[in-house]
Design a binder for this molecule. Structure first.
Ligand code: FAD
Length: 466
């Protein structure tokens, strides 16, 4: 089938009988209508619709080597520099619709699956490894335009390097049996962003494994028997766009994933009970360069949004004459240009790798991924510092519809804006920096690709000094 539309995505997600727990109750009814999910699902559907925009068809899709259908470009295995540039254009096009706020837009996981399947030769001839399953599954996902959540991390029980789980009942998800139908998994994983609102969940060992029961990689449908997504409280505080301009549209859920004797069919198992493979597959595969390539593209779009909101505040209350404001704006510019330069370098230095992929330069992308988690909180702070009391002087749309409108119009106007426009701008800034949604965004950018210190160690240990 060709690349899906937004409606097809929504219908498919609604038809799944995924077990999702929210606020002490299992979700019933259509997930696309649930207050905690509907904003992000609608925004995600809009991404899929772009694949059908006649003017963007060559930006968003390419021709399937198998069926000749037009399919999503994030599934393409790039072989040339041109393919890589097209990949960037597509990622940024999608990210611009949500200002880079949908951290797990489908291109993230599509890129990861593309990269893992291109690296399937690493599994060739190894014990309990099924490279053909990975390749077949990638092709299935690519042709059906499947959406994914994923979970790579064990529950945060004890992070000491000497910890070994010794409970009778598993906490971290592990293999408890092998049966004719497949592997049996019991225990939990965290965290799955967009958990429950995707077709599939991809599960891979986090590395650092010394027990074969924890060594596995597979993908299963979100509504597989025994699989449960336990959601946090939603940070979408309302669905009026004026009041919650970002969270009403881009709040992605994060869920704990529980496997209660989940049977993973054999044809969905990519490897299992192979410690050497579990500890090396992700790092030796094309996973990191292509995951990070998607991430850095999205983060650049997010920085541009931050810059535009900040500059609007500066102009709105006319503070552009102050030297410290220039310094703060310069920090934002430096952040954008640094990330863009690193992306350009990654693409300019791209070379064909052992798997035949045109691989962007990993060091450039790693430097960007070490940089961004540090600069993002600082840029958020800059908006708070420049917005000052404006960040909390933010009446709701209902206030503007009430009899106090005259007061608001008089007292909340700014040098450049009538009151309602000014409040709309500051509500956007609040939802970007101070709302529960905003705080989660900051935590996301700090941690979603792993522990910052581990990422830095990795850069150091693999860097070639001249
Ligand atoms: C909003 C959000 C969304 C996420 N979405 C997903 C998702 O969709 N899928 C997914 O798989 N994961 C997801 N994650 C999880 C993310 O991958 C982890 O947060 C990250 O890997 C860090 O692991 P942790 O949270 O367990 O922190 P921990 O490892 O428990 O770290 C706690 C503290 O201890 C320190 N520490 C722990 N171990 C070490 C070490 N070995 N060396 C040095 N310091 C150490 C850390 O630096 C940190 O300060 C998400 C996280 C967040 C915050």
């Amino acid at each position: 089938m060709p690349a899906i539309s937004g409606n097809e995505y929504i219908e498919r997600i609604n038809q799944l009988k995924t077990t999702i727990w929210y606020n002490g109750e299992p979700l019933t009814g259509e997930i696309s209508e649930h207050a905690a999910f509907k904003g992000a699902i609608k925004s995600q559907a809009a991404l899929y619709d772009l694949q059908h925009d006649p003017e963007l068809i060559d930006v968003m899709t390419y021709t399937s080597p198998k069926t000749g259908n037009k399919i999503g470009i994030s599934y393409q295995q790039p072989k040339t520099q041109d393919d890589l540039i097209k990949r960037s254009q597509m990622i940024q096009k999608w990210a611009k619709t949500n200002h880079g706020m949908l951290g797990r837009s489908p291109d993230y996981m599509n890129s990861i699956l593309m990269a893992l399947s291109a690296s399937a030769s690493l599994l060739e001839g190894k014990e309990n490894c099924f490279p053909e399953n990975l390749i077949n599954f990638y092709e299935l996902a690519r042709e059906k335009d499947l959406s994914f959540t994923h979970t790579f991390i064990n529950p945060q029980v004890n992070r000491s390097p000497f910890y070994l789980e010794e409970t009778d009942e598993p906490i971290a998800a592990k293999i408890i049996d092998e049966i004719d139908d497949g592997l049996v998994i019991k225990g939990a994983r965290l965290l799955a962003t967009q958990g429950g609102m995707t077709d599939e969940i991809l599960v891979i060992s986090p590395g650092g494994i010394n027990d074969p029961d924890y060594a596995f990689a597979f993908s299963i449908p979100s509504d597989t028997n025994g699989l449960k997504f336990i959601c946090r409280e939603s940070f979408a505080l309302g669905d009026r766009e004026f009041n919650h301009p970002l969270s009403s549209r881009f709040e992605e859920m994060d869920a704990i994933v529980v496997f209660d004797k989940v049977v993973v069919p054999w044809d969905r198992v990519f490897f299992y009970k192979n410690i050497q493979v579990a500890n090396s597959f992700l790092s030796q595969s094309a996973f990191r360069p292509f995951a990070l390539h998607q991430v850095i593209n999205r983060q650049i779009v997010k920085l541009e949004f931050i810059a535009s909101v900040t500059e609007e505040i500066v102009q709105s209350i006319d503070i552009s004459g102050y030297g410290h404001v220039h310094e703060k704006m310069a920090e934002i510019i430096i952040a954008i240009e640094t990330m863009k330069a690193l992306l350009l370098q990654a693409e300019t230095k791209a070379a064909v790798d052992e798997f035949g992929l045109m691989r962007p330069d990993l060091t450039s992308l790693q430097v960007a991924s070490c940089t961004f988690p540090k600069i993002y909180p600082r840029l958020i702070e800059i908006i708070q510092l420049l917005g000052a009391s404006g960040m909390v002087t933010i009446p709701t749309e209902s206030d503007f519809e009430s009899s106090i409108r005259k007061d608001l119009d008089q007292y909340l106007q700014s040098a450049k804006h009538p009151a309602k426009d000014r409040v709309e701008l500051f509500r956007r800034a609040w939802d970007l920096t101070m709302s529960p949604f905003a705080t989660r965004q900051t935590q996301y950018e700090r941690f979603f690709f792993g522990n910052p210190s581990t990422i830095a160690s990795d850069l150091y240990q693999n860097y070639t000094f001249n």
